[in-house]
Design a protein around this ligand. Sequence first.
Ligand code: TYD
Length: 206
Amino acid sequence: MTGRFITLEGGEGVGKSTQAKALAAALREHGIEVVETREPGGTPGAEAIRRLLLDGADDRWSAEAEALLFAAARTDHVDKLIRPALQASKWVLSDRFVDSSLAYQGGAGALGIDAVRGINGFGIGEWFPDRTLVLILDGGVERALVRDGEGSDRIGRRSIAYHQAVEAGFRAIVAAEPKRVRLIDAAGAPDEVTARLLAALEDLLP
Ligand code: TYD
């Protein structure tokens, strides 16, 4: 496989989706063919699971069932979209991937990071992105909760304490895997943030 698999991660309210589009455009300017995708979702099956995960009552799923559903969606996403694109030498840029499960279901939820890593290992094996960029914004958690209010999904509307634990989970992943995972400051003008993301991929560019 000569394609590269890049994932963008972070908590709520860090401007991640905007940056995913901008980074894909910047990579195309380097002559790279980029497939943009997201989780949970990215394939018809995974998008169907997305609705199960994000809609409905707060207590719809146990912690275990929720982690398994995210992992099931991810397995379909890898099998049907990500791996074939990489085999066709394309780059894949995913808005969220396995590190979201490690930080949300593992770090902030009841299960712990090792259990969630194991569940995902069953689905996708020891298969990790070439580079993961984690956007962190001071005050981002509070900003997102004000912005989304009641309109947020099942997971977005969890407590401030939960989302602070998600951010701590992401920081722990960055500390544990500095080669794969980079912390990116999401503060400042969108163009500046995109430039930081691109700089963190420089060694992978053709
Ligand atoms: P999304 O609409 O993608 O939110 P955002 O704009 O914040 O990326 O909704 C995804 C929600 O699901 C978000 O709250 C993060 C959560 N999530 C997990 O808890 N675990 C996961 O493995 C993934 C991929 C997402």
